[in-house]
Design a protein around this ligand. Structure first.
Ligand SMILES: Cc1ncc(COP(=O)(O)O)c(C=O)c1O
Length: 400
């Protein structure tokens, strides 16, 4: 019996080593990681440059307390703000995605006079706090499920949008993808319409980039697919490549307004130099190693191949994704579960939540094309075993 409280009833793999996309368990079995841990190790496990900065910063100073701003944290804040085109803004470093989203929401509440917050249905914001609870007294949830089938093509005249009390809304908290790990993308026109209406009424746009940020979708941030520019951005996961650092950045206007309020915030590990050093180095490494380009190219290859496989296997009802943020949807959860288990046996760790119909792929952004090809081959073998394909003769073409 394990004494670790982890709320997981999944099979147990005792991982003892991880390098790049390769994971080894205590039995010596190896796996290719298509989950990046909890979608965090975007540069791969034990990336030498990230390990080096961790060692160096540990030897210099890892923690100083909130009263002593440090030049490493300053440089990291500038790196994050430059990515967001908010050069005069402000940035705070925290430890987890949940803290970052909750902090971003608290800031938005401080700088607005309107009492309500808006989000989309199925959105996931945090593991605790007001962002998890989302009490109906404070939050309006816009049900966008029907938008996927909508033929209107004009969100401005949508009767459901017209029902939103925009004059009450202080901020729209937007998650540009994921939706409780379903890898779903709301229509850009809906997001633009909601943003314009919220802003017309003096509200703010807050982007939850915990999952989609720092390159996961092939752009630095998920909101960049939507033609909107947020006032406040929360990021985490990939920012630390597995080290627990998150950040909240905001425009100069939002920061100035916040400083005029009575808001104060102090957490033990806020703005720790070690997390900031990692965040800054993750950003420079993604840039120097042209990781966004790799993510776009390999993501497109992966998605195209999955779509081709879908033609032969009607048990796959949908293939969707952006960059290396990809999901396969099956006709039922039992099939999804079986495919997931078979892939584990064959040495591939993919994302699956019991009871759901989707299998998710969030590999390190610098995964090699051959490793994707190996997964595709294994997936096709699993699908053949589990179903009667219409056309078993489909060979998966190699890239290039
Ligand atoms: C979209 C989104 N927001 C927030 C969070 C919370 O981040 P964390 O688990 O680091 O607290 C997650 C975690 O999976 C997430 O997917």
């Amino acid at each position: 019996m394990s004494h670790v409280l982890d709320f997981i009833d999944d099979s147990f793999i005792d991982i003892i080593k991880a390098e790049g996309c390769r994971i080894t368990d205590s039995q010596g079995k190896t796996y290719i990681d298509f989950e990046s841990g909890c979608w965090a190790t975007s540069l791969g496990h034990a990336h030498p440059v990230i390990n080096q900065v961790l060692h160096t910063q540990l030897d210099q100073v890892m923690h100083v307390g909130t009263r002593y701003p440090n030049h490493t944290t300053e440089e990291a804040a500038q790196a994050v703000l430059n990515l967001l085109d908010m050069p005069d803004g402000k940035c705070i470093f925290l430890s987890s995605g949940s803290e970052a989203v909750e902090f971003a929401v608290q800031c938005a509440k401080k700088i607005t006079t309107q009492p309500m917050l808006l989000c989309l249905s199925q959105t996931y914001l945090a593991a605790f706090g007001t962002s998890k609870e989302r009490s109906p007294q404070e939050w309006i949830t816009f049900d966008w499920q029907s938008c996927e089938q909508c033929s209107h093509n004009n969100c401005q005249d949508c009767p459901a949008v017209a029902e939103i009390p925009f004059d009450q809304i202080g901020a729209f908290i937007f998650e540009p993808g994921s939706f409780s790990a379903q890898v779903k993308f709301p229509p850009a026109e809906l997001i633009q319409t909601l943003t314009v209406r919220v802003r017309e009424n003096g509200g703010y746009l807050v982007a939850n980039e915990i999952t989609t940020g720092i390159g996961r979708t092939g752009k630095w941030f998920g909101f960049q697919h939507y033609g909107v520019q947020p006032d406040i951005v929360a990021m985490g996961k990939g920012l630390g490549n597995g080290y627990p650092v998150s950040a909240v950045a905001m425009t100069c206007a939002a920061a100035t307004k916040l400083c005029q309020t009575n808001m104060s915030h102090a957490q033990s590990h806020q703005n720790d130099p070690i997390g900031a050093a990692v965040a800054k180095t993750v950003i420079t490494t993604i840039r120097e190693e042209k990781v966004l380009q790799q993510c776009q190219e390999n993501g497109q290859f992966f998605l195209n191949q999955l779509k081709q496989i879908q033609h032969s296997f009607p048990i796959i009802v949908d293939v969707r994704g952006k960059g290396l943020f990809i999901a396969l949807e099956f006709i039922d959860s039992q099939i999804a579960s079986d495919i997931h288990s078979q892939l584990v046996q064959r040495g591939f760790l993919t994302g699956y939540k019991p009871g759901q119909t989707t299998l998710r792929f969030f590999p390190p952004l610098n995964i090699k094309t051959e490793q994707i090809q190996a997964l595709l081959n294994a997936l096709q073998a699993c699908l053949q075993k589990i179903s009667q394909p219409e056309d078993t003769g489909t060979a998966i073409p190699k890239k290039g």
